[in-house]
Design a protein around this ligand. Structure first.
Ligand code: FES
Length: 123
């Protein structure tokens, strides 16, 4: 049992940017693949739409809120591994941008109580 098992489903959220730049690079297909992968894995991780992390040129971008993980240049083929990471597994090094300036700004906002889901397009 990991610390992530103690989180309720509403605290286990992946935010996928579906704004124009990321959408043009396939983020809506990515979101759909993530939802399918979560269902297939029996995961209760939510996959929400999000509007722009201000890292548009490197999209598709997503945030695994409860893992403090930020991924860029994400491809739908990463969906299963991303769900595994969201459920407590290892990060995916090739797309991990969690140490970048923009990611640290996002994590700082999360730590200050800002909830990206407040701006989400989906419930
Ligand atoms: S359009 Fe996706 S980060 Fe801006």
């Amino acid at each position: 049992m990991s610390v992530y098992d103690d989180l309720s489903s509403e605290d286990r959220i992946i935010h996928v940017c579906v704004n124009v730049d990321c959408a043009m690079r396939g983020s809506e297909e990515l979101r759909d693949r993530l939802r399918a992968a979560a269902e297939e894995a029996g995961s209760d991780v939510e996959v929400n739409d999000y509007i722009c992390f201000a890292a548009c040129e490197q999209g598709p971008n997503l945030l695994i809120e409860h893992r403090r993980a930020f991924y860029s240049d994400v491809d739908p083929s990463h969906a299963e591994a991303i769900i595994a990471h969201a459920d407590g597994g290892a990060a995916i090094e090739s797309i991990d941008r969690s140490s970048t300036f923009i990611a640290r700004k996002i994590f700082n906002m999360l730590d200050a109580g800002f909830k990206p889901g407040d701006l989400s397009l989906s419930d």
